[in-house]
Design a protein around this ligand. Structure first.
Ligand code: NAP
Length: 284
C-alpha cells in the first residue's frame, strides 16, 4: 500500500489559523506581534522568500516591517539597523534574510540580533538552548518537521531516526529535536561512506541535503516515515526534493511531498516563534 501523504499545506493552514487567533487576542491587549525582515541585495530567490514571509505575517494579523537595502549596504550600517530594531518595542522578531553580500559577516549579523528576538533560532545562544533543552527559539525548518511528524500521531520514542545532512540550520538541530523526542539518532553527511546502510535500519528518515535522489526506494525500510526537506529542480525544471518520491512512497508508510510538505511549515514556525516572542514579552 502506498504511503500516506503528510500534507504540509493543510497542517500549515490549521496552525496559522490558531496563531492568528492568539495574535488577535494579544493585539486586543495592545501587544500586536511584530516581525521585522531585513533584505540586503538583489538575490531573486531571497526576494520571493521575503515576500512570502511578509504576506504570511499580514495574513496572521502581525505587524510586518520589511527593510530592503542595496547590496552596497555596509556591515556597520546593517548592525546599526539591527540595534535599532532590538530596542523597538513594537518588534518581537527580527529576521535577516540569508545569503548576505560577501562583504558582510553573517555570523556577526546573527549574533547582533537580541536573543529575545532571534525568531530564526540561528544564534549561538539559541543553538545552546536547543542543545541543553532550555526554552528558546527552535530553527523553523526542523521545528516544522517535528510538527509534521507529530501530526501523524507517530511515536518517536525508541525509534531509530536517520538525518541526512548536518547543516547548522537544518540537519544538526533536526537531530537534536529527534533526540529530545527520545529517538535514537544517526546523522549522515557527505563523508558517510554508505548512507543506505544506515537508512535501511531507520524507522524515520529526514533528508536535508539539496541533491535529487539522495534517498531511493532501495535505501528505505518498509513502513518508514520519510521527511523530505530538500528543494531541487528536475530536468524539466519542476520543483522536487531529495527523495525519489514516486518510488519511495511505495515503500514508506508516511511521506512528505515537495512542494507542499516541509516548505509551508518553515514560514508557519517563523510565525509561531514570533508569536512566542510576543507572548513572552506579555508575560514579562
Ligand atoms: P547545506 O547547508 O548545503 O547542507 C547540506 C548538507 O548535506 C551538508 O551537511 C552536507 O554535508 C550534506 N551533503 C551534501 N552532499 C551530500 C551527499 N551526497 N550525501 C550526504 N550528505 C550530503 O543545506 P541546508 O541549508 O541544510 O539545506 C538542505 C536542503 O534543504 C536544500 O535543498 C535547501 O534548499 C533545503 N531547505 C528547505 C527548506 C524548506 O523550507 N523546505 C528550508 C531550509 C533548507 P557536509 O556537511 O559534509 O558538507
Amino acid at each position: 500500500m502506498p504511503a500516506q501523504l503528510i500534507d504540509g499545506n493543510a497542517l500549515s493552514k490549521q496552525i496559522r489559523s490558531e496563531i492568528a487567533e492568539k495574535a488577535a487576542a494579544l493585539t486586543a491587549r495592545g501587544l500586536q506581534p511584530g516581525l521585522a525582515v531585513i533584505l540586503v541585495g538583489e538575490d531573486p530567490a531571497s526576494h520571493v522568500y521575503v515576500r512570502n514571509k511578509v504576506k504570511a505575517c499580514q495574513d496572521a494579523g502581525f505587524k510586518s516591517v520589511l527593510e530592503k537595502y542595496e547590496t552596497s549596504l555596509s556591515e556597520a550600517d546593517l548592525l546599526a539597523r539591527i540595534e535599532a530594531l532590538n530596542t523597538d518595542p513594537s518588534i518581537h522578531g527580527i529576521l535577516v534574510q540569508m545569503p548576505l553580500p560577501k562583504h558582510i559577516d553573517p555570523h556577526r549579523v546573527i549574533e547582533a540580533i537580541s536573543a529575545r528576538k532571534d525568531v530564526d533560532g540561528y544564534s549561538t545562544l539559541s543553538a545552546g538552548e536547543l542543545m541543553t533543552q532550555l526554552p528558546g527559539f527552535r530553527p523553523c525548518t526542523p521545528y516544522g518537521c517535528m510538527k509534521l511528524i507529530e501530526s501523524t500521531g507517530y511515536d518517536l520514542r525508541g525509534k531509530h531516526a536517520v538525518v541526512i545532512g548536518r547543516s547548522n540550520t537544518v540537519g544538526k538541530p533536526m537531530a537534536l529535536l529527534l533526540l529530545q523526542a527520545n529517538a535514537t539518532v544517526t546523522l549522515c553527511h557527505s563523508g558517510t561512506p554508505d548512507i543506505g546502510h544506515h537508512t535501511r535500519q531507520a524507522d524515520v528518515v529526514v533528508a536535508a541535503v539539496g541533491r535529487r535522489n539522495v534517498l531511493t526506494a532501495d535505501m528505505v525500510k518498509p513502513g518508514a516515515l520519510v521527511i523530505d526537506v530538500g528543494i531541487n529542480r528536475d530536468e524539466a525544471g519542476k520543483l522536487c526534493g531529495d527523495v525519489d518520491f514516486d518510488a519511495v512512497k511505495e515503500v514508506a508508510s508516511w511521506i512528505t511531498p515537495v512542494p507542499g510538505g516541509v516548505g509551508p511549515m518553515t514560514i508557519t514556525m517563523l510565525l509561531q516563534n514570533t508569536l512566542e516572542a510576543a507572548q513572552r514579552k506579555a508575560q514579562a
